[in-house]
Design a binder for this molecule. Structure first.
Ligand code: NAD
Length: 247
């Protein structure tokens, strides 16, 4: 992945897909701003990157917070020109059917899984433009294109991320900022930690490949889209789902 001579912001990089992405981008030469709400996890990822000879800084904060967002762009540009934004921070949220879904739980999922993606793009794009172009990768889900019972807020937010990504691509691709979204199937990360074995078995059965995905299998797609080899790829929604949506 050609991501050298630039910096990248990865939100929610203390765990799971964000962590694997931060490690992979750093391995391939990007200087990475490792964001998470959890300071211990963000610092551990930075330590891991540095131990492998890479460049990274932790930026502990809430990816929905506009003050933090502005500071992340500033920090990234002190490392190297910001040319990659990976808007990944997200939560599963409450589980309930639509008619019983709590309003506050809805707002929380929309705030992190959708509003934060918008606000981070809004801050990242002008800086990426000023630095000569680059790539934004927004982490949606298979649930950006199909439904899932008892997760109305999550499904709504992820569908919205897919559409918002296409719109931003129309606006900025000619100026050199490619914008894509990624749709992972169910990936074995701490996000699924609250599920019991029976629920995980049910999820496995929905993936024709016969297993859940691993975080690094998603990170490989993200790093490819972030890098120069993906130079003609913009405005698209890229599945990495073990066949889930082909079933
Ligand atoms: P994870 O729980 O392992 O990691 C998410 C990280 O984001 C955590 O470290 C958490 O502390 C951080 N975070 C949460 N809210 C934050 C906020 N407001 N500001 C900053 N950091 C915050 O989850 P994951 O599975 O790696 O998920 C990453 C992304 O991938 C999410 O957007 C998720 O919706 C998406 N996704 C996950 C799966 C899956 O099955 N795991 C499938 C499709 C899409």
């Amino acid at each position: 992945y050609d991501v050298s001579n630039r910096s990248a912001i990865v939100t929610g990089a203390g765990s799971g897909i964000g962590r694997s992405t931060a490690l992979l981008l750093a391995q391939n030469g990007a200087s990475v701003v490792v964001n998470d709400l959890n300071a211990e996890h963000a610092n551990a990822v930075v330590d891991e990157i540095r131990a492998a000879g890479g460049i990274a800084e932790a930026s502990v904060g809430d990816a929905t917070d506009t003050a933090w967002i502005a500071s992340s762009v500033e920090l990234a540009n002190t490392l190297a020109p910001l040319r990659i934004g990976v808007n990944n921070a997200g939560i599963g949220g409450a589980s309930a059917p639509t008619a019983e879904y709590d309003d506050a739980a809805w707002d929380k999922v929309i705030s992190i899984n959708l509003n934060a993606v918008f606000r981070n793009m809004k801050a990242q794009i002008p800086s990426i433009l000023a630095n000569g172009g680059g790539s934004v990768v927004n982490i949606a889900s298979i649930l950006g294109s199909v439904g899932f019972a008892n997760s109305p807020a999550y499904v709504a937010a992820k569908h919205a991320v897919v559409g918002m990504t296409k719109s931003a691509a129309l606006e900025y691709s000619a100026q050199g900022v490619r914008v894509n979204s990624v749709g992972p199937g169910f990936i074995d990360t701490p996000l699924l930690a609250s599920m019991d074995a029976a629920a995980k078995d049910f999820l496995v059965s929905k993936h024709p490949i016969g297993r859940l995905g691993q975080a690094d299998e998603v990170a490989n797609l993200i790093a490819f889209l972030a890098g120069d080899a993906a130079s003609f790829i913009t405005g698209s929604y890229h599945l990495v789902d073990g066949g889930y949506t082909a079933l």
